[in-house]
Design a binder for this molecule. Structure first.
Ligand code: PLP
Length: 466
């Protein structure tokens, strides 16, 4: 095949490439040729800052020398071997390392290829656990999930999702899920450092409100009130139906796809307590927020919560090779061990690429990078992101500015997100902006100048009245 021209590439893209989450009737081909650091370059050579970390996975930016070298080195030894009854040495080392890093006794690691599958694994393991644990409760087949939740697009993950557009049409093939309203983050004032947990963790700051600053004590009380109200909704369901509920599933601290909906402090630990009280398992889906995004290695670390399942993806390999993982505890794992020759308690589930060696090598190099200064440097970057967000929050078009770690988001008083996104594209920033929402979720190691550029462009876009 001869090398296509750029026009041909665009033509083929339009004709043959059905893109994810993309209304194809309106699709305008945008073909990326290479990427370096926080910048994507399209086939015309135009540069775009990647303000969404390539959908939240490029933790270290692109073409990071350490990760690229690790993948190439691994490729020279072995690209892949199955995880059925065997495993790549590098995947074994990764499993041990994840077990060492994870909160509490999350010692057992099941690898898969994407975040949806990591959630699917947790859901299936939870259900099977209740059938074969010491005191089986086979009626526990439902899940409690939150409104506006997003856990991926396989069938189980779709079922526990709460965003109608992704979910409703598939209703007939989805399992039974009880959906509870999450805490209403709009009811919470965004006082700088207070109320939302700023005092809990120096890496967690919230932009001061653009108008009517609430009294800090009042902010705390409102956050506590909203947290208590949401937990009460969960408890009401568990009190009635725990004997039919296998697990509660939650996106710890931030429901990203819901529009960066941030939970008040205490919500996650409150959920843990309720799950313990009512004998229901807790699945923490950290696919989007794990590995540094919230300022700590795991979001669960902020509230010292040990879930029964921890789902990881995205940052796990910094976006280099697809991989995800579901971690669980000995209590859960042991229920899957056969106790005699006639018993079959095996978890009959797996993916061709589970434990892929290239992905494991990318993950090991990513963790090396985290441990050699990236995590320590995060508070300064988070503070910089917060400063820029605070500045923006003064714009009369901006409301509900909020930040958790390296996630900054705000709403617009008018639904001009699309126009802001278009303006940013025209000015070399790829920004996720739609309806009345804009957020910035850059690579964790973004250069200060690149971060400033992203915010300058957003400010200019707002000023230009796009
Ligand atoms: N869980 C959460 C919280 C997510 O944000 C996502 C993706 O955005 C997923 C699961 C699904 O991950 P993947 O797209 O890798 O299947």
């Amino acid at each position: 095949m001869t090398t296509p021209t750029n026009d041909q590439l665009c033509e083929w893209d339009r004709a043959h490439y059905w893109h994810s989450f993309t209304p194809m009737a309106d699709y305008e081909p945008w073909v990326i040729a290479r990427a370096e650091g926080s910048t994507l370059y399209d086939i015309e050579g135009k540069a775009y800052l990647d303000a969404a970390s390539s959908m939240w996975c490029a933790a270290l930016g692109h073409n990071h020398p350490r990760v690229s070298a690790a993948v190439v080195e691994q490729l020279g030894r072995m690209a892949h071997c199955t995880s059925l009854g065997m495993g790549a040495d590098v995947a074994v080392r990764l499993a041990k390392r994840l077990a060492d890093l994870a909160p509490g006794d999350l010692q057992h690691v099941f690898f898969s290829s994407d975040g949806s599958s990591a959630v699917e694994v947790a859901m299936k393991q939870a259900l099977q656990y209740w059938r074969q644990c010491e005191r089986p409760q086979p009626a526990k087949t439902k899940y409690l999930a939150f409104g506006e939740a997003y856990h991926g697009d396989t069938i189980g993950a779709t079922a526990v999702g709460g965003i109608g557009r992704y979910h409703d049409v598939f209703g007939p093939i989805l399992c039974e899920v009880i959906r509870v309203d999450p805490p209403d983050s709009r009811k919470l004032p965004p006082p700088g450092g207070e109320g939302w947990g700023g005092g809990m963790n120096p890496a967690t700051r919230f932009a001061p409100p653009p108008r009517t600053p609430p009294h800090q004590g009042e902010g705390n009380r409102m956050a506590e009130g909203e947290c208590a109200a949401a937990l009460a909704r969960v408890e009401a369901v568990l009190a009635e139906q725990a004997d039919t509920i296998a697990a509660v599933i939650v996106e710890p601290l931030v429901q990203c796809a819901a529009g960066m909906l941030m939970h008040p402090p205490g919500f996650l630990s409150g959920l843990r307590q309720l799950c313990d009280k009512h004998d229901v398992l807790l699945i923490a889906d950290e696919v989007a927020v794990g590995f540094g995004r919230t300022g700590k290695l795991f979001a669960c670390n902020h509230e010292e919560v040990v879930p029964d399942f921890l789902c990881l993806g995205k940052h796990l390999t910094a976006g280099y090779v697809p991989m995800a993982a579901t971690l669980t505890t000995p209590r859960l794992y042991e229920a899957f061990l056969n106790r005699n020759a006639t018993e079959d308690r095996t978890f009959w589930h797996g993916h061709t690429y589970s434990g892929n060696a290239l992905a494991a090598a990318a993950a090991m190099a990513t963790l090396d990078e985290f441990e050699s200064g990236l995590l320590d440097g995060l508070p300064a970057r988070i503070a910089h992101l917060g400063e820029r967000l605070c500045h923006l929050a003064a714009d009369p078009l901006v409301e509900h500015a909020r930040q958790r770690g390296m996630i900054a988001a705000f709403n617009l008083t008018e639904p001009i997100g699309r126009q802001i996104g278009r303006y940013a594209m025209d000015h070399g920033v790829w920004l996720r902006a739609k309806d009345d929402l804009v957020y910035v979720m850059p690579p964790l190691n973004i250069e200060a100048g690149d971060l400033d550029r992203i915010f300058d462009v957003i400010s200019e876009g707002l000023e230009s009245g796009t």
